[in-house]
Design a binder for this molecule. Structure first.
Ligand code: SAH
Ligand code: SF4
Ligand code: F3S
Length: 467
């Protein structure tokens, strides 16, 4: 595996921009506006990458389409986190044979985390011959060049060289509009949790420069964005590679000092790197949302050690306790893996007791899925699927009860929300903690902060009346 991060030179990116101009001219000569469909799987990092893919396509003259049917270019931005995510992609790529048959000029590209695995690229090469191009996350900035190659030669291209990763500033972005936006502050991961594929497919940790991030956030605020989420696999190690003496808490504080009314969020935080300074910074700024996604994965020390998480249950709990001592209304969420190789029922029950103790607002729960090439994939895994399913159900039932109880306690309270959309007869809005609230009102309230009295609840959302 390569270990050196590459900074993509501005000349290289200018070259890509020139290629976009050539593709635009090609379509102008053909006398029509081409259409592109970009489909995204996986997490917000992939959503953020898709905004870049759409940005590059728009610069090449493409209009975005709602479906694959009839699109001139289809891009599937894939996720490799679990078997199920990969199976969905294979199923959908398979189905595109028919779509392409109906539109023979159609070009199909696959990118994203699955394409960071050699065995997947090999399979696409051999068994999915209707796919025209493949690029892994490190090659994303070269998409215009790859597209031009495929359009002008009608040959296939595979840009999947291994690399520690790159940083490319200035790729055009096409965001989907609305009042929220994601901003990537760093890429990659150095943690190598033993079950996880991300470090292999997304390369080493590398941070964007603070001035580039600040400029992007300023631009978003000028466009009316009111809810900004800073993204990274482990935002708490932001800046370590830059050597500028700026850590994540410093970056957060600096962004929160920008003028205007907005909420600032971030994800994801690794508990081993979460600091008191970070909690204090959050507590000190009204613009930093009091929401923390702090994946614990397991409540058992032996399992945590096998997962290579590098914290204990006690350390995790004391972090939560400190966070809540400085922010009593902190909304806490987490990720849990059920059925890690070798996990016993008693160890699973430690996870159950931890969630009862912490009382998270919400949980993202996953059954362990072996990932080729990760250490956990070769650990003995005696528990049956049936047992794991039963543990999973117990966990979800317990969490649903807790979430419901927390939601019930909101009824009668007035909360500040940011209105972000319309759904049927209601407006949808989010609280500072990221909770969904529905209430009646006109669509032109979208983008406003307002007070809402909570009148009803269920497990996942709240309903209310504007004050
Ligand atoms: N960087 C983040 C999240 C990465 S992936 C973090 O460190 O927390 C999101 C979640 O997917 C993880 O938190 C984990 O709970 C889950 N996950 C990752 N690999 C998995 C696997 N092989 N099987 C099941 N769940 C997995
Ligand atoms: Fe995966 Fe662990 Fe990195 Fe998160 S911190 S992306 S779980 S290796
Ligand atoms: Fe999936 Fe890649 Fe995200 S593996 S969860 S899309 S970082």
């Amino acid at each position: 595996m390569e270990t050196k991060t590459t900074v993509i030179a501005p000349e290289e990116l200018n070259k890509q921009a020139e290629i976009c101009g050539e593709i635009r001219a090609h379509w102008a000569a053909a006398g029509r506006t081409p259409r592109a469909f970009v489909d995204t799987y996986g997490c917000q990092q992939n959503e953020a990458d898709s905004e870049k893919i759409r940005g590059m396509l728009a610069a090449c003259g493409y209009e975005m389409a709602e479906t694959e049917e009839g699109a001139d270019v289809i891009v599937l931005n894939t996720c490799a986190i679990r078997e199920h995510a990969e199976q969905r992609v294979y199923g959908n790529v398979g189905a595109l044979v028919h779509t392409k048959r109906r539109h023979p000029g159609q070009k199909i590209f696959l990118c994203g985390c699955m394409m960071g695995q050699d065995h997947v690229v090999q399979k696409i090469r051999e068994s999915y011959r209707h796919v025209d191009g493949v690029f892994n996350p490190h090659q994303l900035w070269r998409f215009p060049e790859l597209l031009k190659y495929v359009l002008s030669t009608n040959k296939r291209i595979f840009a999947a060289e291994d690399s520690a990763g790159s940083i490319a500033e200035g790729i055009p972005l096409l965001r989907q509009g609305g009042v929220k936006a994601w901003v990537s502050i760093m890429y990659g991961c150095n943690n190598f949790c033993s079950y996880c594929i991300v470090p292999y497919v997304r390369g080493r940790e590398r941070s964007r420069r603070p001035e580039d991030i600040l400029a992007e956030v300023r631009g978003l605020l000028d466009q009316g964005i009111r809810d900004i989420t800073l993204l990274g696999q482990n935002v708490n190690s932001y800046g370590k590679d830059l050597g500028l003496g700026v850590d994540f808490a410093d970056l957060l504080a600096e962004i929160a000092r920008l003028p205007g009314d907005f909420w600032l969020r971030f994800m994801t935080s690794h508990p081993k790197d979460a600091t008191k300074k970070l909690f204090d910074t959050m507590a000190a700024s009204p613009k930093i949302a009091k929401q923390f996604h702090l994946p614990v994965q397991s409540g058992n020390d032996r399992v945590l050690k096998e997962m290579n998480r590098r914290y204990t249950r006690e350390q995790y709990l004391s972090l939560v306790e400190y966070g809540r001592s400085v922010m009593p209304d902190l909304v806490l969420t987490s990720d849990i893996i059920v059925g890690f190789p070798g996990e016993t029922e008693a160890e699973f029950e430690d996870t159950l007791s931890l969630i009862e103790q912490v009382r998270y607002d919400a949980l993202f729960t996953f059954i362990y899925s072996p990932r080729k090439g990760t250490p956990a994939a070769s650990m003995p895994d005696p528990a049956t699927r049936q047992e794991k399913n039963a543990w999973f159900d117990r966990l979800v039932t317990a969490q649903n009860r807790i979430s419901e109880e927390i939601h019930r306690s909101y009824v009668g309270k007035t909360v500040r929300v940011l209105v972000d959309g319309v759904e049927g007869e209601s407006l949808t809005a989010r609280t500072e903690g990221g909770r969904l609230v529905r209430f009646p009102g006109p669509a032109d309230w979208i983008g406003r902060f307002m007070d809402v009295e909570i009148t009803g609840h269920n497990t996942w959302s709240l309903t209310g009346q504007p004050k």
